[in-house]
Design a protein around this ligand. Structure first.
Ligand code: BES
Ligand code: ZN
Ligand code: ZN
Length: 467
């Protein structure tokens, strides 16, 4: 995939594109030929983000473009990443080149923003528009841009594809195909075999659906490298089970495999970059459906680590399937363990859909993730694993309940549930994310998205560099 980024050798006649921030407006105006300055001033150009002015030559063709990129609200990285993401669809079709070559970091972020700005979910209906193209900025890290754009495109497509076309069989196949493309070993444990191999929670949660529950297990890289294990919640569609979700909440639950999609995308980045790590990926994949075989409120289910779980609510299914996967992941004592999940509505109530929530027992890991989050403009924020709420998961009949009776702190309680399956020493991060853009912004159209994976990639890359 090229993401409408072209080699300079293939575009000798590219149209110069001048980016102007609010702070540079005066200086840029002063430096321009009188005619161009007059056009900009007469049209009220104020360098607002997304504003565009076309300059025409004697023959009437577009000879140059001036694009406003506003002012930075958060970090410079955030500004750079989205500065030109609206342009592939806003500019007339053609090939453009940056009039000024930015520094390497900025060039890489601008190019990624351009690539993401070309995304549309076109499985059912092609967009009428054609994207404009950009000449690769000279100092951009092309490999990184392509890996990240491929990963995000893959995750977005997986999440956007409705459950009737992407059931447990198809999602497992997609993850497997991605992994095999990198020469990884993949096993998929399906249906009754989950019971035989002691993944009872994955089995029971997924049992009601026509397509059987399954666990995708991917291994890649040399044994001698640091072990990184990634786990993603793959709930194909979350009806809520018998404790059925109300219609408004159920509507977008095709995105409940967003964790598995994001982890698949992150794994693609790691393997495509050939990072020297020993990667393992575990994707428990189920459909939380309703039938005579559905698990029920007050059922008591066994789990992989031997604890019995009383079901307070069948809608808290994600933590159940993750529990078995995390037990297996933790048993190998990985140097880093990350899970991603669209786990609770409450995380969205607390932080809104733009900010994935991070839970970890390890302050140093939290700090590392936060640093990469800022550097790569991939936002997330930490929430506490507040130990005093753990008792709310106590059950009178089993080792633990899957929900608390309280309406408070749902995201924290879910994190505490998962924590029961990961040993204290393991450097573990749990991300509760929305996986969905509720409105359209440049480069981030309404629909599925893989949040936080570029920040997490930074942590894995650092680990690999240290060996
Ligand atoms: N998939 C949902 C969480 C969710 C809801 C994510 C809305 C994004 C938007 C999860 O399986 C769930 O239903 N969680 C319940 C837990 C509750 C029953 C304790 C929730 O958050 O309401
Ligand atoms: Zn649920
Ligand atoms: Zn769910």
């Amino acid at each position: 995939m090229t993401f409408n980024l072209v080699d300079p050798a293939d575009a000798p006649k590219a149209i110069p594109l001048r980016l102007v921030g609010k702070a540079q407006l005066e200086a840029v105006l002063a430096s321009l030929p009188a005619r161009e300055r007059a056009i900009l001033q007469a049209s009220g150009f104020d360098a607002a983000a997304g504003s565009v002015r076309l300059m025409h030559g004697e023959d009437g063709a577009v000879s140059a473009v001036v694009a406003g990129i506003g002012a930075s609200i958060l970090s410079q990285a955030e500004h750079d990443l989205w500065a030109i993401a609206s342009l592939p669809t806003a500019l007339p079709q053609g090939v453009y080149r940056l009039a000024d070559e930015p520094s390497a970091d900025t060039a890489t972020l601008l190019a990624l923003g351009w690539a993401l700005g070309t995304y549309a979910f076109e499985t059912f209906k092609k967009q009428a528009r054609r994207n404009a193209s950009l000449v690769w900025p000279e100092h951009a890290d092309r490999g990184r841009v392509v890996r990240e754009a491929e990963a995000l495109t893959l995750a977005r497509d997986l999440i956007n594809t409705p459950a009737n076309l992407l059931g447990p069989v198809a999602l497992a196949e997609k993850a497997k195909a991605m992994a095999e493309q990198h020469g990884a070993n993949v096993t998929v444990t399906v249906g009754n075999a989950l019971l035989e191999q002691n993944y009872p929670l994955v089995y029971h949660v997924g049992r009601a659906a026509v397509e059987e529950p399954r666990l995708v297990d991917i291994r890649w890289g040399e044994e001698s490298h640091p072990r990184v294990t990634l786990v993603g919640k793959g709930v194909i569609f979350d009806t809520g089970g018998l404790d059925l979700k109300p219609p408004a909440s159920m509507k977008i639950m095709k995105k409940d495999m967003g964790g598995a999609a994001a982890i698949t995308a992150l794994a693609h980045m790691v393997m495509a970059a050939k990072l020297p790590v020993r990667l393992r990926v575990l994707l428990p994949i189920v459909e939380n459906a309703i039938s005579h075989e559905a698990f029920r409120p007050l059922d008591v289910l066994p789990s992989r680590n031997g604890m019995t779980i009383e079901i307070g609510n069948t809608d808290a299914e994600g933590r159940l399937i993750l529990a078995d996967a995390l037990t297996e992941a933790d048993s190998e004592k990985p140097a880093l363990l990350i899970n991603m999940a669209t786990l609770t509505g409450n995380a969205r109530v607390a932080f809104g859909p733009e900010l994935p929530t991070l839970f970890t027992r390890h302050d140093d890991l939290a700090a590392e993730i936060a640093r990469h989050s800022v550097e790569r403009a991939d936002p997330l924020w930490r929430m506490p694993l507040w130990p005093h709420y753990r008792k709310q998961l106590d059950s009178k009949v089993a080792h633990m309940n899957n929900v608390s009776d309280s309406a408070f702190a749902g995201a924290i309680i879910a994190g505490l549930f998962l924590a029961e399956f990961v040993s204290d020493e393991t450097r573990w991060a749990h991300l509760d994310m929305s996986g969905w853009n509720f409105g359209s912004r440049p480069g981030r159209p309404e629909g599925g998205d893989a949040q936080a994976i570029r920040a997490l990639y930074g942590v894995i890359e650092d680990m690999a560099a240290k060996g």
